[in-house]
Design a protein around this ligand. Structure first.
Ligand code: GLN
Length: 633
Protein backbone atom coordinates (compact mmCIF):
# COMPACT_ATOMS: atom_id res chain seq x y z
CA UNK A 1 0.00 0.00 0.00
CA UNK A 2 1.22 3.46 -0.90
CA UNK A 3 0.08 6.51 1.05
CA UNK A 4 -0.43 10.09 -0.11
CA UNK A 5 -0.95 12.51 2.77
CA UNK A 6 -2.53 15.88 1.97
CA UNK A 7 -2.10 18.64 4.54
CA UNK A 8 -3.12 22.29 4.39
CA UNK A 9 -1.34 25.45 5.35
CA UNK A 10 -1.88 29.19 5.86
CA UNK A 11 -5.69 29.34 5.81
CA UNK A 12 -8.62 26.96 5.82
CA UNK A 13 -10.98 26.78 2.88
CA UNK A 14 -8.23 26.32 0.29
CA UNK A 15 -10.12 23.49 -1.37
CA UNK A 16 -7.85 20.87 0.18
CA UNK A 17 -10.56 18.22 -0.11
CA UNK A 18 -11.13 18.88 -3.78
CA UNK A 19 -7.36 18.94 -4.38
CA UNK A 20 -6.96 15.60 -2.61
CA UNK A 21 -9.89 14.09 -4.57
CA UNK A 22 -8.45 15.44 -7.82
CA UNK A 23 -5.08 13.86 -7.04
CA UNK A 24 -7.01 10.62 -6.53
CA UNK A 25 -8.71 11.07 -9.91
CA UNK A 26 -5.36 11.61 -11.61
CA UNK A 27 -3.83 8.50 -10.02
CA UNK A 28 -6.93 6.49 -10.89
CA UNK A 29 -6.65 7.75 -14.47
CA UNK A 30 -3.14 6.25 -14.50
CA UNK A 31 -4.71 2.85 -13.83
CA UNK A 32 -4.20 2.72 -10.05
CA UNK A 33 -6.90 1.72 -7.58
CA UNK A 34 -7.43 4.52 -5.08
CA UNK A 35 -9.09 4.70 -1.67
CA UNK A 36 -9.20 7.59 0.78
CA UNK A 37 -9.32 8.52 4.44
CA UNK A 38 -10.38 11.86 5.86
CA UNK A 39 -9.07 12.88 9.28
CA UNK A 40 -11.13 15.41 11.23
CA UNK A 41 -9.35 16.48 14.39
CA UNK A 42 -12.50 17.33 16.35
CA UNK A 43 -13.82 15.60 19.46
CA UNK A 44 -17.22 14.68 18.04
CA UNK A 45 -17.42 10.97 17.30
CA UNK A 46 -18.87 11.81 13.90
CA UNK A 47 -20.43 14.69 11.99
CA UNK A 48 -23.96 13.46 12.76
CA UNK A 49 -24.51 15.81 15.69
CA UNK A 50 -22.93 18.85 14.02
CA UNK A 51 -24.95 21.75 12.68
CA UNK A 52 -24.90 22.15 8.90
CA UNK A 53 -24.82 25.89 9.62
CA UNK A 54 -21.41 25.55 11.17
CA UNK A 55 -19.93 22.59 9.45
CA UNK A 56 -21.68 22.13 6.13
CA UNK A 57 -23.82 19.14 5.27
CA UNK A 58 -23.61 15.79 7.01
CA UNK A 59 -22.78 13.25 4.32
CA UNK A 60 -24.32 9.80 4.73
CA UNK A 61 -22.65 6.59 3.59
CA UNK A 62 -24.14 3.22 2.62
CA UNK A 63 -23.23 1.76 6.02
CA UNK A 64 -25.06 4.59 7.78
CA UNK A 65 -21.91 6.51 8.71
CA UNK A 66 -22.62 10.23 9.18
CA UNK A 67 -19.43 11.81 7.95
CA UNK A 68 -17.68 14.95 6.79
CA UNK A 69 -18.77 16.35 3.43
CA UNK A 70 -15.31 15.76 1.99
CA UNK A 71 -16.11 12.05 1.85
CA UNK A 72 -18.84 13.06 -0.58
CA UNK A 73 -16.19 14.65 -2.80
CA UNK A 74 -14.16 11.44 -2.72
CA UNK A 75 -17.15 9.27 -3.54
CA UNK A 76 -18.22 11.54 -6.40
CA UNK A 77 -14.76 12.10 -7.88
CA UNK A 78 -13.47 8.55 -7.54
CA UNK A 79 -16.81 6.76 -7.94
CA UNK A 80 -16.16 4.70 -4.82
CA UNK A 81 -18.20 3.72 -1.75
CA UNK A 82 -16.52 4.53 1.52
CA UNK A 83 -17.21 3.21 5.02
CA UNK A 84 -17.72 5.12 8.28
CA UNK A 85 -14.19 4.12 9.32
CA UNK A 86 -12.79 6.08 6.36
CA UNK A 87 -13.57 9.19 8.41
CA UNK A 88 -11.29 9.34 11.45
CA UNK A 89 -12.07 11.83 14.21
CA UNK A 90 -10.29 12.55 17.48
CA UNK A 91 -13.50 11.39 19.16
CA UNK A 92 -13.36 7.96 17.50
CA UNK A 93 -9.67 7.47 18.32
CA UNK A 94 -10.09 8.51 21.96
CA UNK A 95 -13.20 6.36 22.29
CA UNK A 96 -11.35 3.27 21.06
CA UNK A 97 -8.33 3.93 23.32
CA UNK A 98 -10.51 4.60 26.37
CA UNK A 99 -12.56 1.45 25.75
CA UNK A 100 -9.31 -0.52 25.66
CA UNK A 101 -8.19 1.14 28.87
CA UNK A 102 -11.45 0.17 30.61
CA UNK A 103 -11.06 -3.40 29.43
CA UNK A 104 -7.62 -3.45 30.99
CA UNK A 105 -5.85 -4.02 27.68
CA UNK A 106 -2.95 -1.72 28.59
CA UNK A 107 -1.85 -4.00 31.45
CA UNK A 108 -1.25 -1.36 34.08
CA UNK A 109 0.60 1.06 31.80
CA UNK A 110 0.01 4.84 31.93
CA UNK A 111 -2.15 5.56 28.89
CA UNK A 112 -0.72 8.54 26.98
CA UNK A 113 -1.15 10.49 23.75
CA UNK A 114 2.25 9.16 22.68
CA UNK A 115 2.38 6.21 22.12
CA UNK A 116 -1.19 5.01 22.72
CA UNK A 117 -3.21 7.58 20.79
CA UNK A 118 -0.58 7.86 18.06
CA UNK A 119 -0.41 4.06 17.71
CA UNK A 120 -4.20 3.83 17.55
CA UNK A 121 -4.20 6.39 14.71
CA UNK A 122 -1.59 4.49 12.72
CA UNK A 123 -3.28 1.14 13.24
CA UNK A 124 -6.61 2.64 12.18
CA UNK A 125 -5.12 4.04 8.96
CA UNK A 126 -3.40 0.74 8.10
CA UNK A 127 -6.58 -1.24 8.74
CA UNK A 128 -8.97 1.04 6.86
CA UNK A 129 -6.68 1.54 3.85
CA UNK A 130 -7.11 -2.17 3.10
CA UNK A 131 -10.91 -2.05 2.82
CA UNK A 132 -11.87 -2.35 -0.87
CA UNK A 133 -14.07 0.58 -1.89
CA UNK A 134 -14.33 0.29 -5.67
CA UNK A 135 -16.36 -2.90 -5.92
CA UNK A 136 -13.28 -5.00 -6.75
CA UNK A 137 -11.62 -7.55 -4.50
CA UNK A 138 -8.46 -6.85 -2.56
CA UNK A 139 -7.04 -3.58 -1.32
CA UNK A 140 -6.42 -0.47 -3.42
CA UNK A 141 -2.93 0.53 -4.58
CA UNK A 142 -2.91 4.01 -3.11
CA UNK A 143 -4.64 5.54 -0.10
CA UNK A 144 -5.07 9.31 -0.12
CA UNK A 145 -5.24 10.63 3.45
CA UNK A 146 -6.49 14.15 3.98
CA UNK A 147 -5.71 15.81 7.28
CA UNK A 148 -8.42 18.35 8.07
CA UNK A 149 -7.59 21.75 9.52
CA UNK A 150 -4.42 23.78 9.07
CA UNK A 151 -0.87 22.97 10.14
CA UNK A 152 -0.30 24.42 13.58
CA UNK A 153 -3.78 23.74 14.98
CA UNK A 154 -3.57 22.38 18.52
CA UNK A 155 -6.23 19.78 17.74
CA UNK A 156 -4.24 18.13 14.99
CA UNK A 157 -1.01 17.65 16.97
CA UNK A 158 -1.57 13.96 17.87
CA UNK A 159 -2.34 13.27 14.20
CA UNK A 160 0.75 15.12 12.97
CA UNK A 161 2.91 13.17 15.41
CA UNK A 162 1.22 9.90 14.38
CA UNK A 163 1.65 10.66 10.67
CA UNK A 164 5.32 11.55 11.18
CA UNK A 165 5.82 8.16 12.84
CA UNK A 166 3.70 6.54 10.14
CA UNK A 167 5.89 7.86 7.31
CA UNK A 168 8.80 6.21 9.09
CA UNK A 169 6.78 3.03 9.68
CA UNK A 170 5.86 2.55 6.02
CA UNK A 171 9.27 3.73 4.81
CA UNK A 172 10.55 6.01 2.05
CA UNK A 173 9.03 5.26 -1.33
CA UNK A 174 5.68 4.41 0.23
CA UNK A 175 4.69 7.80 1.57
CA UNK A 176 4.20 11.09 -0.26
CA UNK A 177 3.34 14.29 1.57
CA UNK A 178 1.56 16.97 -0.44
CA UNK A 179 1.18 20.29 1.28
CA UNK A 180 -1.58 22.52 -0.09
CA UNK A 181 -0.75 26.13 0.57
CA UNK A 182 -1.79 29.63 -0.39
CA UNK A 183 0.20 32.02 -2.54
CA UNK A 184 -1.69 35.28 -2.18
CA UNK A 185 -1.54 37.84 -4.95
CA UNK A 186 -1.06 41.32 -3.58
CA UNK A 187 -2.19 44.64 -5.08
CA UNK A 188 -3.15 45.50 -8.63
CA UNK A 189 0.29 44.70 -10.03
CA UNK A 190 -0.41 41.15 -8.93
CA UNK A 191 2.72 40.15 -7.09
CA UNK A 192 2.59 36.58 -5.79
CA UNK A 193 3.79 36.23 -2.22
CA UNK A 194 5.67 33.17 -1.00
CA UNK A 195 6.17 34.03 2.67
CA UNK A 196 2.97 32.43 4.03
CA UNK A 197 3.91 29.14 2.31
CA UNK A 198 7.49 29.37 3.61
CA UNK A 199 6.17 29.79 7.14
CA UNK A 200 3.72 26.96 6.89
CA UNK A 201 6.35 24.59 5.47
CA UNK A 202 8.67 25.60 8.30
CA UNK A 203 5.86 24.76 10.74
CA UNK A 204 5.39 21.40 9.07
CA UNK A 205 9.09 20.61 9.28
CA UNK A 206 9.20 21.72 12.90
CA UNK A 207 6.57 19.08 13.61
CA UNK A 208 8.63 16.38 11.96
CA UNK A 209 6.98 16.19 8.55
CA UNK A 210 8.81 16.90 5.30
CA UNK A 211 6.75 17.86 2.27
CA UNK A 212 7.58 16.09 -0.97
CA UNK A 213 5.24 18.23 -3.02
CA UNK A 214 3.73 21.70 -2.72
CA UNK A 215 0.36 22.43 -4.28
CA UNK A 216 -0.01 26.19 -4.39
CA UNK A 217 -3.42 27.77 -4.54
CA UNK A 218 -3.40 31.17 -6.16
CA UNK A 219 -5.69 33.28 -8.28
CA UNK A 220 -3.27 33.08 -11.20
CA UNK A 221 -0.64 30.68 -12.55
CA UNK A 222 2.43 30.45 -10.34
CA UNK A 223 5.23 32.52 -11.86
CA UNK A 224 8.54 30.82 -12.59
CA UNK A 225 10.55 33.03 -10.23
CA UNK A 226 8.00 32.37 -7.48
CA UNK A 227 8.38 28.64 -8.02
CA UNK A 228 12.17 29.00 -7.83
CA UNK A 229 11.91 30.92 -4.60
CA UNK A 230 9.56 28.37 -3.07
CA UNK A 231 11.83 25.57 -4.15
CA UNK A 232 14.84 27.23 -2.57
CA UNK A 233 13.21 28.14 0.72
CA UNK A 234 11.05 25.06 1.16
CA UNK A 235 13.59 22.51 -0.13
CA UNK A 236 11.16 21.04 -2.64
CA UNK A 237 12.28 20.47 -6.26
CA UNK A 238 10.70 22.81 -8.82
CA UNK A 239 8.99 19.97 -10.68
CA UNK A 240 7.26 19.04 -7.41
CA UNK A 241 5.64 22.44 -7.04
CA UNK A 242 2.16 22.48 -8.58
CA UNK A 243 0.21 25.53 -9.56
CA UNK A 244 -3.48 25.42 -8.69
CA UNK A 245 -5.04 28.63 -9.89
CA UNK A 246 -8.75 29.48 -9.88
CA UNK A 247 -10.75 27.61 -12.51
CA UNK A 248 -14.28 27.97 -13.82
CA UNK A 249 -15.47 24.64 -12.41
CA UNK A 250 -13.97 22.00 -10.15
CA UNK A 251 -13.92 19.32 -12.83
CA UNK A 252 -10.98 21.21 -14.32
CA UNK A 253 -8.76 20.53 -11.32
CA UNK A 254 -7.69 16.95 -12.18
CA UNK A 255 -6.98 18.25 -15.70
CA UNK A 256 -5.07 21.22 -14.39
CA UNK A 257 -2.85 18.88 -12.40
CA UNK A 258 -1.86 17.32 -15.71
CA UNK A 259 -1.58 20.34 -17.96
CA UNK A 260 -2.06 23.98 -17.16
CA UNK A 261 -2.71 26.98 -19.31
CA UNK A 262 -0.57 30.05 -19.19
CA UNK A 263 -2.15 33.33 -20.07
CA UNK A 264 0.08 35.69 -22.11
CA UNK A 265 0.45 37.66 -18.92
CA UNK A 266 2.83 35.06 -17.63
CA UNK A 267 5.08 34.78 -20.62
CA UNK A 268 5.15 38.31 -22.00
CA UNK A 269 5.98 41.62 -20.48
CA UNK A 270 2.49 42.91 -20.84
CA UNK A 271 3.57 46.51 -20.24
CA UNK A 272 4.73 46.35 -23.84
CA UNK A 273 1.23 45.59 -25.06
CA UNK A 274 -1.69 47.89 -25.16
CA UNK A 275 -4.47 46.88 -22.80
CA UNK A 276 -6.86 45.91 -25.60
CA UNK A 277 -4.23 43.92 -27.38
CA UNK A 278 -3.46 42.19 -24.09
CA UNK A 279 -7.11 41.33 -23.45
CA UNK A 280 -7.42 39.92 -26.98
CA UNK A 281 -4.42 37.72 -26.32
CA UNK A 282 -5.79 36.60 -22.98
CA UNK A 283 -9.13 35.85 -24.54
CA UNK A 284 -7.94 33.88 -27.54
CA UNK A 285 -4.49 32.48 -26.89
CA UNK A 286 -3.28 30.31 -24.10
CA UNK A 287 -0.03 28.50 -23.82
CA UNK A 288 -0.26 24.96 -22.59
CA UNK A 289 2.32 23.81 -20.11
CA UNK A 290 2.81 20.30 -18.78
CA UNK A 291 2.35 20.02 -15.05
CA UNK A 292 2.34 16.21 -14.88
CA UNK A 293 1.57 16.08 -11.19
CA UNK A 294 1.08 12.31 -11.46
CA UNK A 295 4.70 11.83 -12.54
CA UNK A 296 6.04 13.68 -9.51
CA UNK A 297 3.75 11.74 -7.14
CA UNK A 298 4.54 8.37 -8.73
CA UNK A 299 8.25 9.12 -8.50
CA UNK A 300 8.02 9.84 -4.77
CA UNK A 301 5.98 6.66 -4.34
CA UNK A 302 8.49 4.64 -6.29
CA UNK A 303 5.83 3.52 -8.72
CA UNK A 304 6.54 3.09 -12.38
CA UNK A 305 3.29 3.49 -14.23
CA UNK A 306 3.73 3.98 -17.93
CA UNK A 307 0.06 4.55 -18.73
CA UNK A 308 -0.78 8.15 -19.57
CA UNK A 309 -3.68 9.45 -17.48
CA UNK A 310 -6.97 8.71 -19.25
CA UNK A 311 -8.99 11.84 -18.60
CA UNK A 312 -11.16 12.04 -21.71
CA UNK A 313 -14.44 11.91 -19.81
CA UNK A 314 -13.32 14.51 -17.30
CA UNK A 315 -12.23 16.79 -20.10
CA UNK A 316 -15.54 16.60 -21.91
CA UNK A 317 -17.44 17.07 -18.67
CA UNK A 318 -15.40 20.12 -17.64
CA UNK A 319 -15.61 21.67 -21.09
CA UNK A 320 -19.28 20.94 -21.55
CA UNK A 321 -20.06 22.50 -18.19
CA UNK A 322 -18.30 25.73 -19.24
CA UNK A 323 -20.24 25.98 -22.47
CA UNK A 324 -23.78 25.62 -21.16
CA UNK A 325 -25.88 28.72 -21.54
CA UNK A 326 -29.57 27.72 -21.51
CA UNK A 327 -30.58 28.26 -17.90
CA UNK A 328 -32.74 26.08 -15.70
CA UNK A 329 -33.85 27.89 -12.55
CA UNK A 330 -34.37 25.83 -9.43
CA UNK A 331 -35.70 27.42 -6.26
CA UNK A 332 -34.04 25.86 -3.21
CA UNK A 333 -36.43 26.47 -0.35
CA UNK A 334 -34.40 25.77 2.73
CA UNK A 335 -33.37 26.80 6.19
CA UNK A 336 -29.64 27.19 5.68
CA UNK A 337 -29.65 29.32 2.57
CA UNK A 338 -26.79 31.44 3.93
CA UNK A 339 -24.28 28.63 3.65
CA UNK A 340 -24.42 26.59 0.47
CA UNK A 341 -22.16 23.90 2.00
CA UNK A 342 -25.18 22.93 4.06
CA UNK A 343 -26.70 21.49 0.90
CA UNK A 344 -23.53 20.55 -0.96
CA UNK A 345 -24.63 17.13 -2.23
CA UNK A 346 -28.04 18.47 -3.28
CA UNK A 347 -26.29 21.19 -5.28
CA UNK A 348 -23.95 18.67 -6.85
CA UNK A 349 -26.85 16.37 -7.73
CA UNK A 350 -28.68 19.32 -9.35
CA UNK A 351 -25.52 20.17 -11.24
CA UNK A 352 -24.97 16.60 -12.48
CA UNK A 353 -28.57 16.46 -13.71
CA UNK A 354 -28.44 19.90 -15.37
CA UNK A 355 -25.19 19.16 -17.18
CA UNK A 356 -26.65 15.85 -18.36
CA UNK A 357 -29.57 17.82 -19.83
CA UNK A 358 -27.19 20.45 -21.26
CA UNK A 359 -28.58 23.21 -19.09
CA UNK A 360 -26.87 25.86 -17.06
CA UNK A 361 -27.97 25.43 -13.46
CA UNK A 362 -29.21 28.58 -11.77
CA UNK A 363 -29.95 28.03 -8.09
CA UNK A 364 -32.32 30.56 -6.55
CA UNK A 365 -31.91 30.47 -2.79
CA UNK A 366 -35.25 31.08 -1.15
CA UNK A 367 -35.08 31.37 2.65
CA UNK A 368 -38.18 29.42 3.74
CA UNK A 369 -38.94 31.87 6.58
CA UNK A 370 -39.25 34.76 4.14
CA UNK A 371 -42.18 33.07 2.39
CA UNK A 372 -44.25 32.98 5.56
CA UNK A 373 -47.21 35.30 6.18
CA UNK A 374 -45.52 36.82 9.23
CA UNK A 375 -42.64 38.14 7.16
CA UNK A 376 -45.11 40.04 4.90
CA UNK A 377 -45.47 42.49 7.82
CA UNK A 378 -42.10 42.11 9.52
CA UNK A 379 -39.86 42.30 6.44
CA UNK A 380 -42.00 43.04 3.37
CA UNK A 381 -38.97 43.46 1.07
CA UNK A 382 -37.61 40.00 1.87
CA UNK A 383 -41.12 38.53 1.56
CA UNK A 384 -41.58 40.02 -1.88
CA UNK A 385 -38.13 38.97 -3.03
CA UNK A 386 -38.62 35.38 -1.82
CA UNK A 387 -41.98 35.02 -3.58
CA UNK A 388 -40.60 36.57 -6.75
CA UNK A 389 -37.75 34.07 -6.77
CA UNK A 390 -40.11 31.17 -6.16
CA UNK A 391 -42.50 32.32 -8.89
CA UNK A 392 -39.66 32.87 -11.35
CA UNK A 393 -38.30 29.35 -10.93
CA UNK A 394 -38.74 26.46 -13.37
CA UNK A 395 -38.69 23.94 -10.55
CA UNK A 396 -38.91 23.87 -6.75
CA UNK A 397 -36.79 21.77 -4.43
CA UNK A 398 -37.39 21.40 -0.70
CA UNK A 399 -34.36 19.63 0.79
CA UNK A 400 -34.01 17.67 4.03
CA UNK A 401 -33.89 19.33 7.41
CA UNK A 402 -34.59 19.20 11.11
CA UNK A 403 -36.55 21.45 13.46
CA UNK A 404 -39.53 23.67 12.83
CA UNK A 405 -37.86 26.85 11.60
CA UNK A 406 -39.08 27.69 8.12
CA UNK A 407 -41.55 24.78 8.03
CA UNK A 408 -44.52 27.07 7.33
CA UNK A 409 -42.65 28.61 4.40
CA UNK A 410 -41.73 25.20 3.02
CA UNK A 411 -45.39 24.13 3.22
CA UNK A 412 -46.35 27.27 1.27
CA UNK A 413 -43.72 26.45 -1.37
CA UNK A 414 -45.07 22.88 -1.75
CA UNK A 415 -48.62 24.24 -2.01
CA UNK A 416 -47.54 26.75 -4.64
CA UNK A 417 -45.81 24.03 -6.70
CA UNK A 418 -48.76 21.61 -6.39
CA UNK A 419 -51.43 24.14 -7.28
CA UNK A 420 -49.51 25.83 -10.07
CA UNK A 421 -48.22 22.62 -11.62
CA UNK A 422 -44.59 23.63 -11.12
CA UNK A 423 -42.15 20.68 -11.01
CA UNK A 424 -41.41 19.82 -7.39
CA UNK A 425 -38.98 17.54 -5.60
CA UNK A 426 -39.18 17.07 -1.84
CA UNK A 427 -36.31 15.27 -0.16
CA UNK A 428 -36.78 13.62 3.25
CA UNK A 429 -38.22 16.53 5.25
CA UNK A 430 -39.28 17.91 1.85
CA UNK A 431 -41.43 14.83 1.28
CA UNK A 432 -42.91 15.06 4.78
CA UNK A 433 -43.71 18.72 4.09
CA UNK A 434 -45.54 17.76 0.89
CA UNK A 435 -47.58 15.18 2.84
CA UNK A 436 -48.48 17.75 5.53
CA UNK A 437 -49.53 20.22 2.86
CA UNK A 438 -51.64 17.64 1.03
CA UNK A 439 -53.32 16.46 4.24
CA UNK A 440 -54.21 20.02 5.17
CA UNK A 441 -55.28 21.32 1.76
CA UNK A 442 -56.80 18.28 0.09
CA UNK A 443 -58.01 16.15 3.00
CA UNK A 444 -59.04 19.35 4.77
CA UNK A 445 -57.39 18.40 8.10
CA UNK A 446 -56.21 21.91 8.91
CA UNK A 447 -54.31 21.04 12.09
CA UNK A 448 -52.55 18.02 10.61
CA UNK A 449 -48.84 18.07 11.27
CA UNK A 450 -45.69 16.07 11.88
CA UNK A 451 -45.22 15.18 15.54
CA UNK A 452 -41.72 16.65 15.11
CA UNK A 453 -43.33 20.11 14.97
CA UNK A 454 -46.53 19.55 16.97
CA UNK A 455 -46.38 16.54 19.28
CA UNK A 456 -50.04 17.05 20.28
CA UNK A 457 -51.63 17.30 16.86
CA UNK A 458 -54.96 15.48 16.53
CA UNK A 459 -54.11 14.39 13.02
CA UNK A 460 -50.48 13.29 12.91
CA UNK A 461 -49.62 12.61 9.26
CA UNK A 462 -45.89 12.23 9.99
CA UNK A 463 -44.87 10.35 13.14
CA UNK A 464 -41.80 9.33 15.14
CA UNK A 465 -40.46 5.97 14.02
CA UNK A 466 -40.81 3.20 16.60
CA UNK A 467 -37.14 2.19 16.47
CA UNK A 468 -35.80 5.72 17.10
CA UNK A 469 -34.29 7.03 20.33
CA UNK A 470 -35.72 10.14 21.98
CA UNK A 471 -32.86 10.52 24.43
CA UNK A 472 -29.72 10.04 22.30
CA UNK A 473 -29.09 12.08 19.18
CA UNK A 474 -25.87 10.58 17.77
CA UNK A 475 -26.29 7.73 15.29
CA UNK A 476 -29.84 6.86 16.38
CA UNK A 477 -31.78 7.67 13.21
CA UNK A 478 -32.77 5.31 10.42
CA UNK A 479 -29.46 5.61 8.65
CA UNK A 480 -27.73 4.40 5.52
CA UNK A 481 -28.72 2.27 2.57
CA UNK A 482 -32.23 0.79 2.70
CA UNK A 483 -34.31 -0.82 0.00
CA UNK A 484 -37.36 0.75 -1.63
CA UNK A 485 -39.75 -1.44 -3.63
CA UNK A 486 -41.73 0.14 -6.44
CA UNK A 487 -45.47 -0.40 -6.04
CA UNK A 488 -46.72 0.78 -9.42
CA UNK A 489 -44.69 -0.31 -12.46
CA UNK A 490 -45.29 2.70 -14.68
CA UNK A 491 -45.05 5.47 -12.13
CA UNK A 492 -42.75 8.34 -13.08
CA UNK A 493 -40.10 7.40 -10.51
CA UNK A 494 -40.08 3.75 -11.48
CA UNK A 495 -39.54 4.78 -15.10
CA UNK A 496 -36.83 7.24 -14.10
CA UNK A 497 -35.06 4.46 -12.23
CA UNK A 498 -35.18 2.31 -15.35
CA UNK A 499 -38.14 0.08 -14.33
CA UNK A 500 -36.18 -1.73 -11.65
CA UNK A 501 -38.33 -3.54 -9.09
CA UNK A 502 -36.37 -1.99 -6.24
CA UNK A 503 -33.66 0.57 -5.53
CA UNK A 504 -31.18 1.12 -2.70
CA UNK A 505 -30.81 4.68 -1.51
CA UNK A 506 -29.39 6.30 1.63
CA UNK A 507 -31.53 7.46 4.53
CA UNK A 508 -31.24 9.76 7.53
CA UNK A 509 -34.50 10.34 9.38
CA UNK A 510 -36.42 9.86 12.61
CA UNK A 511 -39.95 10.51 11.37
CA UNK A 512 -42.05 8.81 8.71
CA UNK A 513 -45.45 9.10 7.05
CA UNK A 514 -48.12 7.76 9.41
CA UNK A 515 -49.16 4.43 7.81
CA UNK A 516 -52.65 4.79 9.28
CA UNK A 517 -53.22 7.90 7.19
CA UNK A 518 -52.08 6.29 3.95
CA UNK A 519 -55.44 4.87 2.77
CA UNK A 520 -57.22 8.22 3.04
CA UNK A 521 -54.32 10.07 1.41
CA UNK A 522 -54.35 7.56 -1.42
CA UNK A 523 -58.08 7.95 -1.84
CA UNK A 524 -57.58 11.70 -2.14
CA UNK A 525 -55.11 11.21 -4.99
CA UNK A 526 -51.66 10.99 -3.43
CA UNK A 527 -49.81 7.98 -4.76
CA UNK A 528 -47.32 6.05 -2.62
CA UNK A 529 -45.25 4.54 -5.38
CA UNK A 530 -42.33 3.29 -3.29
CA UNK A 531 -42.41 1.48 0.07
CA UNK A 532 -39.96 -0.50 2.19
CA UNK A 533 -39.98 -4.31 2.40
CA UNK A 534 -42.73 -4.30 5.05
CA UNK A 535 -45.03 -2.14 2.96
CA UNK A 536 -45.57 -0.02 6.09
CA UNK A 537 -42.93 2.61 5.53
CA UNK A 538 -43.57 5.15 2.77
CA UNK A 539 -40.51 5.89 0.63
CA UNK A 540 -41.82 7.72 -2.46
CA UNK A 541 -44.87 9.89 -3.10
CA UNK A 542 -46.14 11.08 -6.47
CA UNK A 543 -49.05 13.16 -7.65
CA UNK A 544 -50.16 11.40 -10.83
CA UNK A 545 -52.01 14.37 -12.31
CA UNK A 546 -49.16 16.80 -11.90
CA UNK A 547 -46.32 17.39 -14.41
CA UNK A 548 -43.76 16.36 -11.77
CA UNK A 549 -44.53 16.23 -8.08
CA UNK A 550 -42.23 13.79 -6.32
CA UNK A 551 -41.26 13.30 -2.70
CA UNK A 552 -38.68 10.82 -1.48
CA UNK A 553 -37.99 9.79 2.12
CA UNK A 554 -34.41 8.94 1.19
CA UNK A 555 -31.54 11.22 0.11
CA UNK A 556 -30.86 10.47 -3.56
CA UNK A 557 -28.27 13.27 -3.68
CA UNK A 558 -25.67 11.15 -1.90
CA UNK A 559 -25.38 8.69 -4.77
CA UNK A 560 -25.42 11.15 -7.66
CA UNK A 561 -22.21 11.19 -9.69
CA UNK A 562 -20.79 13.43 -12.41
CA UNK A 563 -21.83 11.71 -15.61
CA UNK A 564 -24.33 9.57 -13.72
CA UNK A 565 -26.98 11.84 -12.23
CA UNK A 566 -29.55 10.69 -9.71
CA UNK A 567 -32.83 9.62 -11.35
CA UNK A 568 -35.18 11.93 -9.46
CA UNK A 569 -32.92 14.96 -9.91
CA UNK A 570 -32.72 14.22 -13.60
CA UNK A 571 -36.52 14.04 -13.60
CA UNK A 572 -36.79 17.42 -11.86
CA UNK A 573 -34.46 19.15 -14.32
CA UNK A 574 -36.11 17.47 -17.30
CA UNK A 575 -39.59 18.44 -16.07
CA UNK A 576 -38.41 21.99 -15.34
CA UNK A 577 -37.26 22.34 -18.94
CA UNK A 578 -40.27 20.55 -20.48
CA UNK A 579 -38.25 17.49 -21.45
CA UNK A 580 -39.54 14.87 -19.02
CA UNK A 581 -41.37 12.86 -21.66
CA UNK A 582 -38.23 12.63 -23.77
CA UNK A 583 -36.21 11.42 -20.77
CA UNK A 584 -38.80 8.81 -19.82
CA UNK A 585 -38.97 7.63 -23.41
CA UNK A 586 -35.22 7.44 -23.56
CA UNK A 587 -35.10 5.49 -20.28
CA UNK A 588 -37.58 2.92 -21.50
CA UNK A 589 -35.55 2.15 -24.62
CA UNK A 590 -32.06 2.32 -23.09
CA UNK A 591 -30.58 -0.85 -21.70
CA UNK A 592 -29.58 -0.25 -18.10
CA UNK A 593 -25.96 -1.15 -17.39
CA UNK A 594 -25.77 -3.84 -14.74
CA UNK A 595 -22.30 -2.82 -13.56
CA UNK A 596 -23.50 0.62 -12.65
CA UNK A 597 -22.35 1.76 -9.21
CA UNK A 598 -25.97 2.36 -8.29
CA UNK A 599 -27.16 -1.01 -7.10
CA UNK A 600 -30.47 -0.06 -8.63
CA UNK A 601 -29.10 0.05 -12.14
CA UNK A 602 -29.86 3.69 -12.73
CA UNK A 603 -28.96 4.58 -16.27
CA UNK A 604 -25.78 6.31 -17.29
CA UNK A 605 -26.36 9.55 -19.07
CA UNK A 606 -23.96 10.21 -21.88
CA UNK A 607 -22.49 13.64 -22.35
CA UNK A 608 -22.04 15.13 -25.74
CA UNK A 609 -20.96 18.57 -26.68
CA UNK A 610 -23.29 21.24 -27.75
CA UNK A 611 -22.39 24.37 -29.58
CA UNK A 612 -22.56 27.69 -27.92
CA UNK A 613 -20.11 30.25 -26.71
CA UNK A 614 -18.70 30.34 -23.22
CA UNK A 615 -20.93 32.40 -21.03
CA UNK A 616 -19.69 33.86 -17.82
CA UNK A 617 -21.57 36.26 -15.71
CA UNK A 618 -21.75 37.51 -12.19
CA UNK A 619 -22.43 34.95 -9.57
CA UNK A 620 -20.87 32.01 -11.39
CA UNK A 621 -19.08 29.68 -9.05
CA UNK A 622 -17.80 26.32 -10.13
CA UNK A 623 -20.37 26.01 -12.83
CA UNK A 624 -23.32 26.76 -10.57
CA UNK A 625 -24.96 30.13 -11.01
CA UNK A 626 -26.52 31.43 -7.84
CA UNK A 627 -28.31 34.49 -6.58
CA UNK A 628 -25.46 35.62 -4.41
CA UNK A 629 -24.52 32.96 -1.90
CA UNK A 630 -21.23 31.27 -2.47
CA UNK A 631 -20.96 27.68 -3.57
CA UNK A 632 -18.23 25.56 -2.08
CA UNK A 633 -15.74 23.82 -4.33
N1 GLN B 1 -36.58 15.81 10.43
C1 GLN B 1 -37.08 14.77 9.61
C2 GLN B 1 -36.92 13.41 10.24
O1 GLN B 1 -36.16 13.23 11.16
C3 GLN B 1 -36.43 14.79 8.25
C4 GLN B 1 -34.98 14.44 8.28
C5 GLN B 1 -34.25 14.82 7.03
O2 GLN B 1 -34.74 15.59 6.23
N2 GLN B 1 -33.05 14.30 6.86
O3 GLN B 1 -37.55 12.47 9.81
Amino acid sequence: MKYVLVTGGVVSGLGKGVTASSIGVLLKACGLRVTSIKIDPYLNIDAGTMSPFEHGEVFVLDDGGEVDLDLGNYERFLNIKLTRDNNITTGKIFQSVLEKERRGDYLGKTVQVVPHITDAIQDWIERVALIPVDGKDGPADVCVIELGGTIGDIESMPFIEALGQFSYRVGAGNFCLIHVSLVPVLNVVGEQKTKPTQHSVRGLRGLGLTPNILACRSTTVLEENVKLKLSQFCHVPGENIFTLYDVSNIWHIPLLLKVYLIEPDNVLYHEELSFICYRVLVRFFFWKQDQKAHEAILKVLNLSVTKKPALKEWTSLAELSDKLHKPVRIAMVGKYTGLSDSYLSVLKALLHASVARHKKLVVEWVPACDLEDASAHEKPEAYKAAWNLLKGADGVLVPGGFGDRGVKGKILAAKYARENRVPFLGICLGMQIAVIEFTRSVLGLKDSNSTEFDPDTENPCVIFMPEGSKTHMGGTMRLGSRRTYFQIPDSVTSKLYGNQSYIDERHRHRYEVNPEMVPSLEKAGLSFTGKDETGQRMEIIELPNHPYFIGVQFHPEFKSRPGEPSAVFLGLIAAATGELEAVLQDNSTRKMPSTNHHANGNGTVKYHHQNGGAHRGNGVQNGIYTNGNGVHL
